[in-house]
Design a protein around this ligand. Sequence first.
Ligand code: SAH
Length: 216
Amino acid sequence: MRVRKRKGVAEFLAAHSDKVITAPADWTVVFGNQKPLQIEVGCGKGDFILGMAAKYPEVNFVGIDLQETVISWALDKLLEAPLPNVRFLLTNGAALTAYFAAHSVSQMYLNFSDPWPKTRHAKRRLTADSFLAIYKELLSVDGALTFKTDNQGLFEWSLSNMSQYGMTLDSVSLDLHRNPELMENNVETEYERKFSRKGQPIFRLAARFEAGDVRA
Ligand code: SAH
């Protein structure tokens, strides 16, 4: 979803260039430590990534979005409740290999990604092949990609695309909020709160790029 540009947004982000990264950087230098790195592509207003960072202080989190104004709203929240293990990165998910070394990311999250329902826009979906190729390069060998959405069409398409791509599906839920085991560690996103309050089921999958268990 496109939002209207916030007044003075470029200056605001520039004034917090320690928290909002806009150029390739060494993440161990940015965070000042070597903790494992987890990222969300399309982080929106940041509720998920900030919630994860509060819950898992031993992990570094980067929330990525391509809209300046959206990132500025996430920054508002971070400034209100500071956490040392979160940064935001202003860029397009299609450019991530310029920002992260190969296999340097331990977990990746896609939450309520734009559905791009028209077939002619399928390549823009964040679960399209060109994006999967990027995630494969970024993720560590045992790293997982977790995807949540309210959009059944995008979910089904993504499931099929990921399995055709050769990914291994670790878990699939067609109603996350009725799965106590998955809900135990679930951190809600803005969209998730909105849709689940309306009673809509939330779809969730976790998948990896390496082949599944090979049993002798
Ligand atoms: N994850 C949040 C926001 C979902 S809305 C939540 O669950 O509430 C989808 C977000 O993805 C928007 O903020 C949009 O700007 C961002 N987005 C869409 N395409 C993107 C891309 N190619 N790279 C980075 N961010 C993208």
